[in-house]
Design a protein around this ligand. Structure first.
Ligand SMILES: *Cc1c(COP(=O)(O)O)cnc(C)c1O
Length: 428
């Protein structure tokens, strides 16, 4: 598959943009080669500037859950834009989306909108510190919470993919307040909370880690974390930027039945526009300015275009029974991939929750970041490029999750399964 126009654009981009990209994983560094440049995307497909057509399983890293350029979302944005792109004073969409999220996610009594997932986790940590009067936080190796200083310690996603889980530029004094523990290890959490009694403001995690591949929480793990946090008056924060409104109306907390004190959101709630949010217990949320002493703000927060897009997308999720459809499509893919792996005798572990999936090239089970790191990244590279050259686009890293949208058809999935089967034959 030729991509001369993408190549020309990338060559020029390299002169003016660090690495040629505005977010590092897009640079394809983990898989080699160069990124394609998008021309447009519609439904389940994305088209590059050279006219190549890909079935898209990146879905803009999660947000496009009902497919690209859905008419309801496009119309909502167009309609909102004709009335002004930003006001800097409240608009009615903000009330509508806050109400809807509080309705769908029982742990959310109040919610504040931001412009990205990163802003929401940054605020969550500050709020937890301000509320508890404690400085230390606990996070887990391989969980990614955006590019927040305190959270870029043993982080996942691009930080992991590019071999920089601990970022330069984060003061050691700040990083020292972040205790990083292995995921799925309760004893480690118990020990850390006891060794730092009265000092840990929060435990923050992705309840279903999806930025180091996809790592299932062991049965009872999330429940036990909840209990430990309650015992130690430590806030439990679920970072649902990825899983929120993707795994169901109440996200991972709904799926696993565990109630956090605070949750962070992003991706799906913005309908493809820049949005994040933090929500949770009323008494904690009321510590935010202007009611409380914890400062947080945003010139563009609650932006009418972003709120309109998010609301339109959430309305479709509700009206069209999208989660049932996603489960069916995910099931179809799983039913095709598992026999392919067996047939080609490839050492691999396939995990799927609804429309989220991950194929690790390692025997498994994958329970921790260390397990994920045993994956054969060279094999992944070959798998990725075979898929891309045959019109199937998955994230350019072993340590990411695939996403299916409601716009994917059973034929898209069948075609993907055929390409994956051929790819597995090629790389074994
Ligand atoms: C993507 C992501 C973030 C960061 O969100 P941005 O909008 O990229 O800042 C935070 N947490 C999780 C779990 C994510 O997947």
């Amino acid at each position: 598959m030729d991509r001369p126009r993408s190549h020309a654009l990338f060559t020029e981009a390299l002169n003016f943009i660090p690495g040629g990209v505005n977010s590092p994983v897009r640079a394809f560094r983990a898989v080699g080669g160069e990124p394609f440049f998008a021309q447009r995307a519609e439904g389940s497909h994305i088209y590059d500037v050279d006219g190549n057509d890909y079935i898209d399983y990146v879905c803009t890293w999660g947000p496009s859950i009902i497919g690209h350029a859905h008419t309801a979302v496009v119309h909502a944005v167009q309609e909102a834009a004709t009335r002004g792109t930003s006001f800097g004073i409240p608009n009615s969409f903000e009330v509508d989306i806050a109400k809807k999220i509080a309705e769908w996610v029982p742990s959310v009594e109040k919610i504040r909108m931001t412009n990205s997932g990163t802003e929401s986790t940054m605020t969550a940590v500050r709020l937890a510190r301000g509320f508890t009067g404690r400085d230390k936080i606990i996070k887990f190796a391989g969980c990614y919470h955006g590019h927040v200083d305190s959270l870029l310690v043993k982080a996942g996603s691009g930080a992991l993919t590019l071999g920089q889980p601990d970022s330069a530029g984060v003061p050691a004094a700040l990083a020292a307040l972040t205790l990083t523990l292995p995921f799925n290890d309760l004893d480690a959490v118990d020990a850390a909370l006891n060794a730092n009694k009265g000092e840990v403001a929060c435990v923050i995690l992705e309840p279903l880690p999806a930025n180091a591949g996809l790592i299932p929480p062991m049965p009872g793990y999330l429940e036990a974390l909840r209990d430990l946090c309650t015992q130690h008056d430590t806030l439990l924060i679920f970072d649902e930027v990825m899983t929120g409104f993707r795994l169901g109306k109440a996200g991972a907390q709904g799926l696993f039945g565990v109630t956090p004190d605070l949750s962070t959101f992003g991706k799906v709630i913005g309908g493809g526009l820049p949005v994040g949010a933090i929500g949770g217990r009323r008494d904690i949320m009321d510590h935010l300015a202007p009611l409380g002493p914890v400062y947080q703000a945003g010139t563009l927060s609650g932006n009418p275009l972003a709120m309109a897009a998010g609301l339109a997308q959430l309305n479709i999720l509700e009206k069209e029974n999208v989660f049932d459809k996603l489960e069916k499509l995910g099931g179809q893919l799983e039913l095709a991939v598992r026999p392919s792996l067996a047939k080609h005798k490839i050492e691999a572990t396939f995990y799927r929750y609804g429309s989220m999936f991950c194929l690790f090239f390692t025997k498994g089970p994958v329970r921790t970041l260390d397990d994920a790191m045993t994956s054969d990244r060279n094999r992944f590279k070959r798998f990725f490029h075979y898929l891309l050259d045959h019109g199937v686009y998955i994230a350019p890293s072993q340590f990411e999750t695939g996403f299916i949208s409601a716009a994917h058809t059973t034929e898209d999935i069948a075609q993907t399964a055929r390409v994956m089967d051929a790819a597995l034959a090629e790389i074994k």
